[in-house]
Design a protein around this ligand. Sequence first.
Ligand code: URA
Length: 252
Amino acid sequence: MKSTPILKALTAAGVGSRRWAADAIRNGLVAVNGEKVEDFRHPVNIETDRITVSGKSVNLRPEQLVYLLVNKPRGVITTTSDERGRQTVLEILPQKYRNLRLYPVGRLDRDSTGLLLLTNDGELTYRLTHPRFENEKEYLVQIEGSLNPEQKRKLEQGLELEDGMTYPAVVGEAKSTPPFNYSIIIHEGRKHQVRRMFQSLGFQVYALKRVRMGSLKLGDLKEGEIRALTPREVRELVTKRSDFMTGTASQI
Ligand code: URA
């Protein structure tokens, strides 16, 4: 059995995201056969080595990788558990998916709807959420009234929020998808980012729906519906480079 770098083995096993695994190694929480490991590339044999995180054994044999597309309804939160008893996205899944250690890729506000990818593939999660990969996210937005050319330009060129300037975005009109009247493509994932971008121009966002993430489209999946990704969709997500800023918001 060949050896695998510890970071890759931890991520592939679906015990947590790549970022979580990297932090655990960096913080000296990971040990192989009782020896603390601090090098991400430290080779491990997942069949025979005993790996622990914070003293607890972890099984590094990769589990079945699952990729689900959910159209998140309003009122559901995108964490795996909630101390305040609010309904989580895991709770709307059929029972057969509940014990696969799936987690959401990126966040959607409680009041937002639309595309949410759930997976136990830590490597893919990392590629889709790390800003370095500039992964596009496309949203439909409902605001009252319309943007003037200056406001549209500001959204497109980048504007100042309390946590810094936003990257350029692509803004379009969404004429055929009421109640939404605009679409916006961004490639960051800051908290409440789209709402804050519009709020900074004086617009309250009444409804927000994610319709695309990279190459993956929500299509006609209804609110609350769930489907597995096709093998082709998984392949495209893994391999396709973002064509951010080369096109315009899709005509919806
Ligand atoms: N931006 C937001 O403001 N909210 C979301 O749910 C997603 C992006």
